[in-house]
Design a protein around this ligand. Structure first.
Ligand code: SF4
Ligand code: SF4
Length: 438
C-alpha cells in the first residue's frame, strides 16, 4: 500500500453520517418515471409505447449514437405513457412512465452473451458495457463502453479505480466497497482486461480505513495491483486530480485520461459492469446516500431508476414543512432540485436534504487570493470572474475557464461569498453559445 495527498483543495466538514449504515433495498413504488436522458451524450430513443407490457431488465431506450447509452426497465410492468419529467438539472425531458406489476417475475434475457467471466474477451466486455447501459457512476455518466475503447495508437498502461468519494455526506461508494469488495475487484479486472493495463491502483481516502484494510488484504497478494491510501481532501476524486496524485501525470487542458495512458473508473461503475457480465443484469438501479438534517432516517439505499425524490424523502421521514434545500449529488458539486418530483437517475449518488441552508450575501473581492490557492487546476477564479463580468470573452477563454471542473472549492473559501462557480458556469455557457453561432 502506498500513501498520497492532493496539493490544494479544501477540507469541508465530512458529515459522513451514514458511513455505518448498510445498503438497504428501497421498496419499489407503484409507478416509475424512467428518463431517456440519464447520461452524458445523446438521449436514448424510446423502444416502447403506451400499453406495452415489459419485463424487468428489458431495453426500453436505445442508445442514439456512439456517445449515448441504453436505458432498461428496472421493473416488470406496463407502459402508462411517455411523458416529460423534470431532470435533476431542471430541464424537462422524456421519461417512460411504468405502472409496476409487483406480482410479476418476468425478467428479460440479456442482449449480450452470458459466459464465464474469465472467458470474456476485451470486445465482449465492451459489448456488455454498451448493451447493459453502463455509464460512469461517479457523477459524469460518460458511457463506459467509450472509455473502454481508447484510440488504437494509445497504450493504456495504468488503470485507476476511484474509491475516493471525497464529497461530504456521500457514503454510497464506501458501503459498496465494504459490502461488495469481491465484485468491485472482479469488475476492475474486467476493465483492466478491456483496456490492457498492466498496473491497477485502487484509490481510497483515509476516512474509510475499513475499506482500505479490506482491499489491501486482498490486493497485496495480487501482482500489479495496489491500494493507494489518500489523505482526505476535496476534490481529490475528480479524475484529473486523482490521476495526478497517483501517477504524477497531468491530463492536458481539453484532454482525456487516455492522453496520459491512463484509464479511470469509479467503484460503482466496475461493480455494475461485473453484475452485467456475471448475472446478466443491466444498469437499472444504484446505491444512493440519503442524508442531511432534513431527514429523520438517513441511509444508503439501492434505488431503482425512476423513483421520485418525493418517495425517497417520504421513506426517510423528511421534515417536509421545514426543508429549504434538496441536492442531488454531493453538497459541493451536486444540483439543487426544484420541487420533489425529480426521479433518481444514473448520476444520483446522493439525495441530501437540508433544513437550514447557509445564506450567502456577496461582498466585493478582497484580492485575498484564497480562491487561487485552492484551485487544483491552477485557474485564477477571481480573475476569470472579473473578465466574465466585463464580458471580455477572448480573455476569459485564454484564462482557462473551459478547464474548470466546477468543483466549488473557490466559492467555498471565498470570504466575500462571491458566487464564483455560478459566474464561471455563466461564462462557459456564453462561450459555448458564441462558438455554436460561428
Ligand atoms: S475555478 Fe473551477 S476548478 Fe478551480 S476551484 Fe473554482 S470551481 Fe474548482
Ligand atoms: S477568495 Fe474571494 S475575495 Fe479572495 S480573491 Fe478570490 S474572489 Fe476575491
Amino acid at each position: 500500500m502506498i500513501e498520497r495527498a492532493l496539493k490544494g483543495g479544501v477540507h469541508p466538514d465530512e458529515c459522513k453520517l451514514t458511513a455505518p449504515s448498510p445498503i438497504e433495498n428501497f421498496p419499489c413504488p407503484e409507478r416509475l418515471y424512467v428518463p431517456l436522458q440519464q447520461h452524458l451524450g445523446r438521449k436514448a430513443r424510446p423502444m416502447v409505447k403506451k400499453g406495452d407490457v415489459i419485463a424487468k431488465g428489458q431495453k426500453i431506450g436505445e442508445a442514439d449514437g456512439f456517445i449515448s447509452a441504453n436505458i432498461h426497465s428496472p421493473v416488470a410492468g406496463k407502459v402508462k405513457s411517455i411523458d416529460k419529467v423534470m431532470l435533476p438539472n431542471g430541464v424537462f425531458d422524456d421519461a417512460v412512465v411504468i405502472d409496476v406489476d409487483q406480482e410479476s417475475n418476468s425478467v428479460a434475457e440479456p442482449t449480450w452473451p452470458l459466459k464465464p467471466v474469465d472467458d470474456l474477451t476485451p470486445d465482449d466486455i465492451r459489448t456488455i458495457a454498451r448493451e447493459a447501459g453502463i455509464v460512469g457512476l461517479g457523477g459524469a455518466t460518460f458511457p463506459t463502453a467509450v472509455k473502454l475503447s481508447p484510440p488504437e495508437n494509445v497504450k493504456i498502461d495504468t488503470l485507476i479505480i476511484n474509491g475516493a468519494e471525497c464529497e461530504p455526506y456521500l457514503t454510497a461508494d464506501h458501503r459498496l466497497m465494504l459490502e461488495h469488495t469481491d465484485e468491485v475487484i472482479r469488475g476492475a479486472e474486467l476493465v483492466r482486461r478491456a483496456v490492457g493495463a498492466e498496473k491497477v491502483f485502487v484509490g481510497i481516502e483515509k476516512n474509510k480505513p475499513d475499506a482500505i484494510k479490506k482491499f489491501d488484504g486482498i490486493l497485496k497478494r495480487k501482482d500489479g495491483w495496489e491500494v493507494v491510501a489518500l489523505k482526505s481532501v476535496y476534490p481529490q476524486g475528480a479524475e484529473k486530480n486523482l490521476i495526478k496524485v497517483i501517477t504524477g501525470r497531468e491530463v492536458p487542458v481539453g484532454g482525456l485520461p487516455f492522453n496520459v495512458n491512463v484509464a479511470i473508473q469509479n467503484v460503482g461503475t466496475v461493480y455494475s459492469l461485473y453484475r452485467a457480465a456475471s448475472e446478466g443484469i443491466p444498469l437499472i438501479e444504484r446505491v444512493v446516500t440519503v442524508s442531511g438534517d432534513g431527514v429523520k432516517k438517513p441511509g444508503n439505499f439501492r434505488i431503482p431508476f425512476g423513483v421520485m425524490a418525493r418517495e425517497v424523502l417520504e421513506h426517510c421521514e423528511a421534515r417536509f414543512g421545514e426543508i429549504e434545500k434538496v441536492i442531488f449529488g454531493g453538497p459541493m458539486m451536486g444540483m439543487s432540485i426544484k420541487g420533489y418530483d425529480v426521479p433518481v437517475i444514473k448520476s444520483t449518488s446522493g439525495i441530501l436534504c437540508f433544513v437550514k441552508a447557509v445564506r450567502r450575501e456577496p461582498y466585493g473581492c478582497l484580492n485575498c487570493g484564497r480562491c487561487v490557492e485552492v484551485c487544483t487546476l491552477h485557474i485564477a477564479p477571481t480573475r476569470v470572474v472579473k473578465l466574465v463580468r466585463a464580458a471580455k470573452w477572448d480573455e476569459v477563454k485564454k484564462a482557462g475557464i473551459m478547464n474548470c471542473m466546477e468543483c466549488g472549492c473557490c466559492a467555498y473559501v471565498c470570504p466575500s461569498k462571491i458566487p464564483l462557480v455560478q459566474w464561471i458556469r455563466y461564462g462557459k455557457f456564453m462561450l459555448r453559445k458564441m462558438e455554436a453561432q460561428r
